[in-house]
Ligand binder design. Structure first.
Ligand code: MV4
Length: 450
């Protein structure tokens, strides 16, 4: 096992990883940018090193600085968290070249699954259902038209390197296909320096369900059931829960087994997530793999009792998986909400600044993952998430009741937060009934201009 790990991230996930290190008796080295100097999670680490200015490209994304920080502190491994360098295979490769263990999947699996059309090929090889599509990249307008005529409109143009909805266009007829094809390519080229796109049949009001995976370096892969992340706004998840409401158990079992097959096909190990879209007939289709730990991982930790960060570290150190599939059960119901420093009344404008009051909720079955305390200044340079609030209860109804109580109890002053929006969501009939899809927020909860 490692004796010292460098945490290449900030905020709540840095704190979460530092805590997991300490639980394993491992020292944790934190890195920080000038904007995060004096931040509260740095005190929890055993050591901290400044790696550059506020702008991420000069600090949290600067590979040579992070490797150098690991080298000078004698850290044997790096945990990348989520975002930043977490899915950068070049970073994983440079860790390997420097003799530092990257706490994540192997470089080869990252490359195999790193873009959407390649990962779809892997899915097909593993007999995992995929959305009917163009079977590879579409290079010309003519090819796009031919495909769309064959499968029928609407179709979705997707950037191969895409993420967060960027480089994605719905086309409902040939005119919008021609325009969307050019737009998607330009957007993907600008955002990812890779303008390649492919086409899929557009699914109407799908639900987003993802399967958590863990695999060791010896070919043993298990799933830890699913999370439903259908409640999103502009590709930002707001609420995640497990189990997925109204998902028939037979479909759940099939989807989880499919995710395991895909990971095995790709030679994947460590933690990862297989994302699916589920249509109104509960048919599921693979869309992409997230080759990292995700923001919403604690939902799975609550229902399964498995500490995913701890397992990531053990797996990276070469230990065998300590769970068999039969050991993993979904117990009760867990829900997570993301609390952002944004103003919902003002088009979700970021609301950085000093937190004057921070009085979080508590009680049985309540978990708060946050790096914030009273007096903390939320910087404007990074993601605006200030807390993840989770509840774990025997039933979904009880989880909702406790979440409503927690959202009422949570008092934050000095910055705006998304708490009022979350209060509205947890009073919404369709959400309570468990029938929401990925288009719900925009269709039902936002004013026409929102
Ligand atoms: C789709 C889709 C409908 N049909 N693919 C959005 C981001 C990317 N991860 C995949 N996405 C979608 N792919 C087909 N063929 C609808 C979406 C989608 C979506 C998916 C998951 C969560 C939220 C979403 C919001 C809008 C659209």
């Amino acid at each position: 096992m490692f004796s010292k790990i460098l945490v290449a991230n900030r905020g709540e996930i840095a704190l979460r990883i530092i805590r997991a290190c300490h639980d394993l008796g491992i020292e944790a080295v934190a890195v920080y940018s000038e904007a995060d100097r004096g931040a509260p999670w740095l005190d929890v680490a055993d050591q901290s090193i400044c790696i550059g200015p506020a702008v991420s490209s000069e600090s949290y994304l600067k590979i040579p600085r992070i490797i150098a920080a690991a080298e000078v502190t004698g850290a044997q491994a790096i945990h990348p968290g989520y975002g930043f360098l977490s899915e950068n295979s070049k970073f994983a490769e440079q860790c390997r070249a420097s003799g530092i263990e990257f706490i994540g999947p192997p470089v080869e699996a990252m490359e195999r699954l790193g873009n959407k059309d390649k990962s779809k090929t892997v899915a097909k090889a593993a007999k995992v259902p995929t959305v009917p599509g163009s079977d590879g990249l579409v290079h010309s307008e003519e090819e796009a038209k031919k495909f769309a005529r064959a499968v029928g409109y609407p179709v979705l143009i997707k950037a191969s390197a895409g993420g967060g909805g960027r480089g994605m266009r719905v086309a409902r007829d040939e005119a919008s296909l021609v325009a969307g094809f050019a737009q998607a390519r330009a957007e993907a080229e600008a955002a990812f320096k890779d303008g390649s796109v492919f086409l899929e049949k557009y699914l109407d009001r799908p639900r987003h369900v993802e399967v958590q995976l863990l695999g060791d370096q010896y070919g043993h892969v298990i799933h830890l059931f699913e999370r439903d992340c259908s409640l999103q706004r502009r590709h930002q998840k707001l609420v995640e829960e497990s189990p997925s409401p109204r998902l028939p158990d037979a479909v759940r079992q099939e989807m989880c087994a499919a995710a395991v097959r895909l990971a095995q096909e790709a030679g994947y190990y460590n933690a990862g997530t297989c994302e699916f879209l589920v249509d109104q007939h509960n048919r599921f289709y693979f869309i992409e793999v997230n080759a990292r730990i995700q923001v919403e991982h604690p939902v799975t930790e609550l229902v399964t009792g498995v500490d995913l960060i701890r397992e990531q570290i053990r797996i990276a150190a070469g230990e065998k998986l300590r769970y068999q599939q039969k050991d993993i059960v979904q117990r009760g119901h867990a829900i997570e909400v993301r609390i952002n420093a944004e103003d919902p009344a003002n088009d979700f404008r970021p609301s950085p600044g000093v937190v004057k009051t921070w009085r979080p909720p508590g009680g049985p079955g309540v978990r708060l993952d946050s790096h914030v305390c009273a007096g903390y200044r939320v910087p404007s340079n990074y993601d605006s998430m200030v807390a993840k609030l989770l509840v774990h209860q025997p039933t979904r109804d009880e989880a909702f009741a406790v979440m409503r109580r927690c959202l009422r109890e949570f008092r934050v002053e000095g910055i705006h937060t998304t708490i009022p929006l979350l209060q509205t969501i947890f009073r919404n009939e369709a959400f309570i009934a468990g029938t929401v899809d990925t288009t719900f927020i925009e269709r039902e909860l936002m004013s026409p201009k929102g």
